[in-house]
Every structure is written in C-alpha cells, then in structure tokens.
Design a binder for this molecule. Structure first.
Ligand SMILES: *Cc1c(COP(=O)(O)O)cnc(C)c1O
Length: 399
C-alpha cells in the first residue's frame, strides 16, 4: 500500500456507528461531530462525511482553516462551527463559506462584524462563555459588557446571535462539583442572553464525556469528539463497548527485519533493554516521528507499549527511536520480515487499544491518536460496505 510499511487504517463504518450511538445517547439534542486536528488524526474529510452519514448535523473544528477545508472539499450540508482563532484570521472567508464562528473576546466580535460587512452577508455567531474552565471564552462580566454590542450587530443584520456555549473542566469526572457549578453559570448566561432579546438556535455545553454521562447537560446540541472515533472519554468508568462505541483507527506495520541474538544483547539506544535470554528481535518501521511516544519505550522490568504480532502480544523493547522500534519476539518466534504487527486498534482478538497505549505512556487516548504523524498514510476502509459486498458475492455464488 503506497510502498509505505505502516499505516493507520480508519474504519468509516465505525465512525458512522459511533455517531449513531451518540445520537441515541442524546435523543433531544443535535449532534456536532468534532473533527478538529484532522479528525483526531483520522483524516478530516472522510471522517466528517462518515459522521454526517451517522447522523451528525453539525461539524466542529478549532481553527478557521479547518472549517474552510471542509467547505472546500464539498462538505456543504452540515453546519460547521469554528471556535479558536487569533486576530487576523480569515473570518471573511469563513462567513462567505457559511461557517458559524465563535466569539470569545470583544476584539473577535469586532473582527466578525467587519468580516460580515466586507462579505455583504450576515455572520452566524456563537458566544462562548467561560463558566469556569479558565480557558477561552468571555467571563460572565465580559459577556455583560459585550451583549449590547452583539445585540446591535444582530439588529443591524451583521451578526446573528445563533448560539451560546461553554466547555467543562471536569466532564470526565461527572460527580465533580465544578460540573454542576459550571452548568449553573451556563444556565444563568442563557437566561441573561435570552431575556436581553436574543433568539438562540443552539445552546451547547457537552463534550463526549458529558454526552455519555450527563443527559441534563445536553441542551440543544452536544459536541462529542473522542467518542466519534470510538474511544472512551471516561476510561475509569467504562470502555468503548460500555457506550456502544468501536475504535475506528488501527495502526499497523510490517516487520522490517527479524534476527536471532544471544542473551545479554543490548537493544536500541542506550541499551535500556538487554535481552534476558537468547531471542529473536523484530524491527517495526515506526518511531517517535510517526507519533509513537518516546514514553512507551520498554526495559526488562517495565514493558513498553503492547503490540500484537502473529496473534500474540508482546511489548516494545528498548528506546523508541525516530523511525523505528524493536520488539523482543521471544526465542521460539517464527515471525519473518513482512509479517503484520498491530500497534493498536479495536481491541478485538486480544489486540491492544489506544487506551492501553495511553496507560503505558501516562497520557490520554486523545494524544495517542492525534499524534500519529503526517508520514503515516491514512487508509480509509468501510467494513460495512465490505461486509455488504461479501454478502452480495456469496449470494451471487449461490444463485
Ligand atoms: C475538543 C473539543 C470538544 C470535544 O471534546 P471530546 O472530549 O473529544 O469530546 C468539544 N468542545 C470543545 C470546545 C473542544 O475544544
């Protein structure tokens, strides 16, 4: 495939099915599939299209160019929201491309209004309130100050106030007291904006974790990201299958070389791993430049990230290098160069998952999938279409 000995295989049927599950989890809200950061590393446009097929009526991205890329690729039907930009962003292009824009600061409202005037169109604006996350968003006091200007822009037809939204600090700990505190601040911001005369189309607060665990926070629209890709936002509460999700990305590679070595042989830089017995080493042509965290290196005492080779699990041995990692395949290994190694995937057949990798690396599954490097080809498959084709073939053979 492409002549490259590794790839991230993305199952579009999984993305479709995950969004369908999210639609069921939030029956009273619309679903915005968050496809920022190249759809969490899964490939922006194919993933966005699969999410829309699964029932998403909105797509969410961080940066303005991500939104423009969706429209340029012909993704025209769903509403698209962009929420993170600095002064000078291409907001006129966003307005012309029918992209909704978030406003998180007074200067941003000025720039959106100027962009709308330049475009000769009404901008669709979502005001972001910082209800306690302490990140982007208008503080309640800033919202008070900005609201009259925003309502004037709305009355003049420059910027329609269609949304009010916020983001939670502890959504992945549903019982954390800040969740309810933020929800209360949000509800009061909604009341303030609506009683000032805005007719909000969508009020939104919930990311994946809140979509799955806090139905009272769904409001009109939920904004799941990680769950779209089949990973659990709350691994301490339940894995993907507990929420009707299937991991969409499988990272696999071919073994580049396989060779026997004696006991006591140092493996990879700084010999952080030394073979405890005579064994067979296998080289996997993926390294930290491909997004394999250096933190999943292994020693004899602490195994590195788990992988699946020939149906059995082993772990990364020694330091993760820029382009490659080494596996200790064991003394009896019959693996040969070209054999498939699964680094992480659905977890079926005893294979490791991105969550397993996150646990070894001391991070979250989000970071594992989003960091898979640009050098690694994304290969999009559709297991549902493959299954249907297989069924047609079988029916054909029997006919
Ligand atoms: C990334 C992001 C989301 C999605 O978060 P998940 O935890 O992946 O569901 C939702 N809203 C905002 C503002 C985000 O930045």
């Amino acid at each position: 495939m492409n002549g490259y000995p590794a790839r991230a295989v993305v199952d579009l049927a999984a993305i479709r099915g995950n969004v369908a599950s999210l639609v069921e989890h939030a029956p009273t809200a619309q679903v915005m599939a968050v496809v920022k950061a190249d759809a969490y590393g899964h490939g922006l446009v194919p993933s966005a299209c699969a999410a829309v097929e699964g029932g998403a009526t909105w797509l969410g991205v961080a940066q303005v160019p991500e939104a423009l890329a969706l429209r340029a690729a012909g993704v025209t039907a769903p509403r698209v929201l962009t929420w993170l930009y600095a002064p000078g962003a291409p907001l006129r292009e966003a307005v012309e491309a029918d992209v909704d824009v978030s406003v998180a600061a007074p200067w941003a409202l000025d720039e959106v209004v100027a962009a709308a005037r330049a475009a000769g169109r009404t901008a669709r604006v979502h005001l972001e309130v910082d209800t306690g996350l302490g990140r982007n968003g208008l503080t309640p006091a800033q919202l008070d100050d900005l609201l009259p200007t925003a309502l004037r822009a709305d009355a003049e037809g420059a910027a329609e106030l269609v949304g009010l939204w916020s983001h939670l600090a502890f959504a992945d700990e549903p019982a954390h007291p800040t969740v309810h505190a933020q929800a209360a601040v949000f509800a009061s911001a909604v009341r303030k904006v609506e009683s000032a005369g805005a007719r909000l189309e969508v009020r939104h607060l919930a990311n994946s974790a809140a979509t799955l665990t806090a139905p009272d926070l769904h409001w009109d629209l939920v904004r799941p990201g990680i769950a779209v890709y089949g990973l659990s936002p709350v691994p301490q509460l339940g894995g993907p299958d507990a929420y009707g999700l299937v991991p969409a990305m499988t990272v696999e590679a071919e073994l580049a070389t396989v060779k026997p070595v004696p006991a006591g042989h140092g493996v990879s830089y700084a010999h952080q791993y030394v073979t405890p017995r005579s064994t067979v080493l296998g080289v996997v042509p993926l390294g930290y430049a491909d997004g394999i965290p250096r933190h999943v290196s292994g020693t004899q005492d602490v195994p590195g990230a788990p992988v699946l080779v020939g149906g059995r699990r082993t772990a990364i041995a020694g330091r993760v290098c820029m382009d490659q990692v080494v596996l200790d395949l064991g003394p009896a290994a019959a693996d040969v160069a070209g054999d498939r190694v699964e680094l992480f995937g659905t977890g079926a057949d005893g294979g490791p998952t991105a969550q397993d990798w996150a646990d070894v690396a001391g991070t979250i599954s989000y970071e594992i999938v989003t960091r898979i490097g640009a050098r690694v080809p994304r290969v999009h498959v559709d297991t549902a279409a493959d299954a249907a084709a297989l069924e047609r073939d079988e029916v054909g053979q029997h006919a």
